[in-house]
Design a protein around this ligand. Structure first.
Ligand code: GCO
Length: 450
């Protein structure tokens, strides 16, 4: 059998993208609330003020997941709901919401996986320097401790950070995401170091509060894959996968995962940015590499790589007519075979695919249904590849489709639909898309018929 018996088939989401209720029950503003107010930052001037109104409709969303047979649900906790000022005074009402959500998920027989940080950074902390501030790792650890102490009797699976590549790289290097301010490389590297320290300190805080916790981390990647099975192309793809692109240094796997899983920054980073690296304390890398239970990896696509060129690895240009999703992301199912394989080889950690999916131009048809054959085809192709990796011995524990419902897609507002459940933003009516029923059947037979 390819997928383990206890394989966790699930869906993922993130607080700011679905919850809405931005000013309710004492939630403080996050950098995304403020960013959305700046003209020109988010397409059509959209905001997450209402989003998919999950804050009020969570029970309906959990019922849908139950109906579709989900085994796991990955959601994120909004830090500014728990600490409206980022640290200091705890907001009990914010914790009450996740308490209710957790009870509802568990009552539905679904295993909860909580991400502590999926980009909604408390604005009050940003005003105190955010990730530049040397206290920032402690702020995050204190928040993690508060969550674990209150919810840890029922919440066992924790993911510290989602995609540091994005919330540092796309936010402070290129500037498409909040707060959208370019910082020089030495400051961005300092922030990255603080984020990694925050991760390690949060792991310690969760372990102290919840003895039987399972803790992971969810970076993203471009999961490059070889053009052919030749050993040369495979080696070239492996090299490209872990390479640090000089022009997009934060869009890298090794910069973010080597310190956490191998306890060191990659040599390539020193070659590129040695003089720009922050001062690293004697204990820092030990804290950063606190043992984890799993690697959660987000994988959407990658590039085809062959041996050759000055670096020994080069991108194979895409031919005319190549398949793209509605968001113009390439369709590369091979990523879900080679990505897990390369990650398993290097880090030897049980793996969850914490995000994978696509946006489609979904509409409600005359028959009142939402037909999304492109999503079914995409998932079918990708999951076959994941299955092959599992069959060949990669320790894959679960797969979380992004996303459960359509939602606020950051700077692109509501123009991309990533859900298996359609959301009519005018009425908040949910419609399960065809892919949702397809996924239900797949879960029922544990991917046997892929
Ligand atoms: C990410 C984020 C999600 C996105 C999804 C689609 O991976 O960028 O985790 O919040 O919505 O990936 O872009």
């Amino acid at each position: 059998m390819a997928f383990r018996k206890d394989f966790v088939w699930g869906g993922a989401s993130a607080s700011y993208q679905i919850e809405g209720a931005a000013a309710e029950d004492g939630r403080g503003p996050s950098i995304w609330d403020m960013f959305c107010k700046e003209p020109g930052r988010v397409l059509n001037g959209s905001t997450g003020d209402v989003a998919a109104d999950h804050y009020h409709r969570y029970q309906e969303d959990v019922d849908i997941m139950k109906q579709l047979g989900y085994k796991g649900y990955r959601f994120s906790i909004a830090w500014p709901r728990i600490f409206p000022e980022g640290d200091g005074k705890l907001n009990g009402k914010g914790l009450d919401f996740y308490d209710r959500l957790l009870d509802s998920i568990i009552a539905a027989g679904i295993i909860p996986y909580a991400t502590l940080y999926h980009w909604d950074y408390p604005y009050a902390l940003f005003r105190r320097g955010g990730w530049m501030n040397p206290d920032s790792p402690r702020w995050f650890a204190d928040y993690a401790a508060a969550v674990a102490q209150r919810l840890g009797d029922r919440l066992k699976n924790y993911i510290t950070f989602n995609e540091p590549q994005c919330f540092i790289g796309i936010s402070y290097d290129s500037t498409e995401h909040a707060p959208g301010i370019h910082f020089p490389i030495w400051d961005t590297l300092l922030m990255a170091h603080h984020v990694l320290l925050a991760h390690g300190r949060a792991v310690q805080a969760i372990r102290a509060a919840v003895k039987d916790s399972q803790i992971g981390y969810a970076p993203t990647c471009s999961a490059h894959y070889p053009a052919t099975d030749s050993p040369e192309d495979q080696e070239a793809a492996r090299k490209a996968f872990f390479h640090i692109p000089p022009d997009r240094c934060f869009w890298s796997v090794s910069l973010w995962s080597d310190p956490v899983f191998l306890g060191k920054y990659p040599d390539e980073l020193y070659t590129l940015h040695g003089p720009h690296m922050p001062k690293i304390g004697a204990d820092d890398l030990r804290i950063i590499s606190e043992p984890l239970d799993f690697l959660g990896q987000n994988i959407y696509n990658g590039m085809e790589i062959r041996a050759g060129g000055p670096l020994g690895a080069e991108i194979v240009p895409r031919k005319d007519g190549y398949a793209f999703t509605a968001a113009k992301w390439p369709v590369t199912p091979e990523s879900l075979y080679w990505g897990p394989k390369f990650l398993w080889e290097r880090y030897k950690k049980p793996l969850y695919i914490t995000e994978n999916g696509l946006s489609c131009a979904d509409v409600v048809s005359l028959d009142g249904k939402v037909h999304d054959p492109a999503r079914i085809d995409f998932l079918h192709r990708y999951l076959r590849c994941l299955k092959k990796a599992a069959e060949e011995g990669v320790d894959i524990r679960g797969y979380f489709h992004w996303c459960v419902t359509d939602n606020f897609e950051w700077a692109k507002g509501y123009t991309d639909r990533f859900g298996m459940v359609y959301c009519d933003y005018q009425t908040q009516r949910r419609i399960i898309k065809d892919s949702g029923y397809w996924y239900r059947d797949l879960i029922q037979n544990n991917g046997e018929e892929l």
